[in-house]
Design a protein around this ligand. Sequence first.
Ligand SMILES: [Zn+2]
Length: 427
Amino acid sequence: MLTVRIGIDDTDSNEGMCTTYIGAVICDKLKDQGFNLTPYPKLVRLNPNWPLKTRGNCAISIEVTYNPSTFRELKEIVLKTVEQLAELKHASTNPGVVFYLGKSIPSELQKFSRKVIQGIVRIEDAERLAKKIGAEYHKFKLGRGIIGALAAIGESFELDSTYELLAYRKKSYRGTKRNIDINSVIEMDRKTYPRTFDNIDPNTGENRITPHTPCPILFGIRSQDPESTLEALSIIKSNEPIERLIIYKTNQATDAHLISTKIKDLKPLNSAIISGKVSETPRIIIGGHIIFSLSDSTGEINCAAYEPTREFRKIIVNLKIGDRVKVYGAVKKKKNIPLTLNLEKIEVQNLAEIYMKKNPICMNCSKRAKSKGKGQGYRCEKCGKVFPPGSEKYVRKSRDLRIGSYEVPPRARRHLAKPLIRISPSK
Ligand SMILES: [Zn+2]
């Protein structure tokens, strides 16, 4: 028996389909034909800042063991299914399929995968690598999907991984409102959180397991382990039939997109972790967005908490100059302003001491004296007593912010961003 790793990407458009669904159909067809699939197929989220990305920017990979005489049949199932189901009529949909027959994943391919998840890769680089490692690739139209297809094969989840169970809708239901019993989702969350996560938005009570797009997904359950997704599934009551199910192993919720770096090395379209000090007080701009400046020893950037991050902004607005923080987020370049990091998370490590100036108190009148002007001392308005400059006191102000980690709410969170509950489950 031999092993093949199959990678598939860029089959969907904003109007429908989903590469994860095509992966699920292929897995079911291969199993029906007696092929042996290695658990679990992979769902790999790619750089969320990629300008040409589809909605979720995900690629998938399936590992199959097969008898050499059946390889043609296997390939035909994969390629025909992609051809039938991909949104080929859309100009921006350019699927790619890769078959890799090597015994293990070459380190070069792992490096390539990291680059596709964290940066930008050209199709020429993907083709060159495919040829070098002997991977067979199939391009539909422009075939840009071979980049993600290779990346999905190369991702080996060395540092971290999670799981997602996806339930798909029957064709006749797609495009209609999804009908899931919200009380069953609340019960599922109560019984399985935090082994499962992002089920319910804690602030709005919104159901987070169902998407709002015309794609074939009925719901998705994100989880630490595959068993918990099945437990959750047994609790959820769906008022519409489920066409099929799949459990993917994934880099979702792992921060795989982030690079720890210094400000001078930031590049647009990357996502980064930066340690620094607040160098300009947060300001609220039109639209309810909040911007502050952050400096490290190499430079300064803007950090932004946009309106959709809701409650998170209440934390950000309380930052003061000198606060030491670690910020996590996507780096964006806009015209005529410094690079901006769109905050996904922040760790407030140290709070600056803020002092308030207090004028001296007149003991005769029990009243605070008024300033006579800068550097000219104070005078009691009632009895006229004069106080020399320097008789003021400085009182330390309490801060409306605590040391700790804060994150944007689930509705504003990127697929790849690691939720705090996964970082410290006891909190
Ligand atoms: Zn007085």
